[in-house]
Design a binder for this molecule. Sequence first.
Ligand code: NAP
Length: 224
Amino acid sequence: MNKPEVLLNVFSSMDGKITTAPGRNVSEWTAAGIDGEAHDVTHRLYDEMECDGLISGSETLMVYGKDWVHLENPVYEPKKSKAYIVFDGRGRIDWHQTEGLLVVTREDVSKDYLNQLTDKGIDYILAGRGKQIDLPLALHKLYEKGFRKLGLTGGGSMNGAFLRAKVIDEISLVLAPLAIGGTSTPSVFDCEDLKDLEGVTTLKLLNVDRVGNDSVRLHYAVIE
Ligand SMILES: NC(=O)c1ccc[n+]([C@@H]2O[C@H](COP(=O)([O-])OP(=O)(O)OC[C@H]3O[C@@H](n4cnc5c(N)ncnc54)[C@H](OP(=O)(O)O)[C@@H]3O)[C@@H](O)[C@H]2O)c1
């Protein structure tokens, strides 16, 4: 099955946490001026990597919606992406910002949710039924819609599901000069534990750069 290239591009603390604590909006690091410009650098990288669409998980959108953080100096807005693609398998989001939006959900999502998408004129893709969206099928359908390079933007559960489904081609991680710690704080990849070495994803380092203000960008290709 053809699929677009999937480039994970997120920023985290040096210990791999992607927010302060569960349910917090990571933009608070940027608003407080402590993210080492990692947020802005990451957004610029979507254009540098020529991503033609950006994928987000549902929880991220809900956190940003509930807990909006106002930024005095807004971060760069990627220009090359044609769509913001949100995976909302359970149909939980009440949509307000619909420009450029493409929703991916399950074939057996509620009728009410499908009615919302139709009434608001939102483009959508159905992929899989049951507990979770069928990720390879969703990516194939995105390929058929013309997408060739998608930026995966988080959160951690979304990244973890993509990692376990073995559909990530490259990883770009900007480490902000912060140590967060915690045991249930979202991290770069949140998914089920491995049982042995078999599921380990091996990487080839493509580049290491000092970026922003005391941040570091690590760029890897996924080997397998
Ligand atoms: N630092 C950064 O770059 C960055 C970027 C984004 C977000 N964040 C932070 O991350 C936090 C949110 O992260 P999160 O991990 O809680 O949520 P999330 O990844 O945004 O949401 C969970 C998503 O994973 C999907 N999912 C989980 N397991 C799956 C599977 N096996 N197959 C298919 N889909 C699966 C869920 O699908 P359903 O919708 O079907 O449940 C849902 O869309 C927020 O605090 C936000 O501030 C940080």
